[in-house]
Design a protein around this ligand. Structure first.
Ligand SMILES: [Zn+2]
Length: 280
């Protein structure tokens, strides 16, 4: 039930068709080709609770932040997923061309969280695209972002209109997932009863980002928490308020078809950070 207090170093080698790009946890120590295959070797010197990877027809970008000494990488596809290509208003849109804004959000998140919580030890973070619309996930040194996090507000409006909650989700998902480098990966939990604390601190971290990345405007912070309060009190599609699902201390035991666990833990970010990888 709890893999997050059992850490290990990892030494991972991947061999994939060479048209694809793989991004792993830890540091890339070697890459090359074997025939039609690309081979990459990833090593984590710092013990990690989990290891994961992402894989796709990615274009890679990277920046080195002189302030935090962090390397920030972005991985996104050149083309939209097929299910999005029919949207005429976004013809020609490429996630890879929009990677920089997600990378800048990650860079600012690391600066703000380093200042508030102490420096993260990993030295690197990869911001990577995953095709589903509505969730993010965080591994040590590696973040999955929903494809809409790569679009700007105009493009999202063209695609999805003014869906309540979607804009908030997109603004919060990058800092929330980057915050899990601290809350979840640097600081774990003793048992699943305390897992919600990682979500709570990551939400708090996202609210700090919203405040400071907007030039210290406290109203962004307050708006975030007002939105969170509403999310806790309003009924979901089954008529159940998140607040009434049960004690949050019960964690994943509250999970049901009518009260999904990730909604109980973090109603607005719909975050699956820890549910998918350790509980089967
Ligand atoms: Zn989360």
């Amino acid at each position: 039930m709890n893999a997050f207090n059992d850490r290990a170093t990892f030494d991972l080698t991947f061999k994939i068709p060479d048209k694809f790009v793989l991004v792993g946890v830890g540091k890339l120590v070697k890459e090359g080709k074997e025939g039609d295959f690309a081979v990459s070797h990833w090593v984590s010197d710092i013990p990690l609770a989990v290891a994961g990877f992402n894989y796709g027809l990615f274009k890679k970008k990277e920046i080195a932040d002189p302030q935090t000494k962090y390397q920030i990488e972005g991985y996104a596809t050149s083309e939209l997923p097929s299910y999005m290509r029919g949207a005429a208003s976004i013809g020609g849109m490429s996630p890879a061309r929009l990677t920089e804004s997600a990378m800048v959000d990650a860079q600012n998140s690391i600066r703000i969280f380093n200042h508030w919580f102490g420096e993260a030890p990993y030295g690197r973070i990869a911001i990577t695209q995953q095709p589903q619309l509505n969730f993010g996930q965080s591994w040590p040194t590696l973040v999955y972002l929903p494809i809409i996090a790569f679009f700007d507000s105009t493009q999202r409006w063209q695609m999805f209109g003014m869906q309540r909650g979607l804009t908030d989700f997109v603004q919060e998902v990058t800092p929330h997932e980057v915050a899990h480098q601290w809350w979840g990966h640097i600081v774990g939990w003793t048992s699943y009863h305390d897992q919600w604390i990682s979500e709570g601190f990551s939400d708090f971290s996202a609210s700090l980002f919203l405040q400071y990345a907007q030039g210290g405007k406290i109203d962004r912070y307050q708006k975030f928490w007002e939105s969170q309060r509403q999310a806790i009190l309003e009924k979901n599609v089954f008529g159940i308020r998140h607040n009434d699902a049960g004690p949050i201390w019960m964690g994943l035991r509250l999970n049901s078809a009518r009260t999904p666990a990730h909604i109980v833990a973090s109603p607005t970010t719909r975050d699956l950070t820890f549910c998918t990888c350790c509980d089967g």
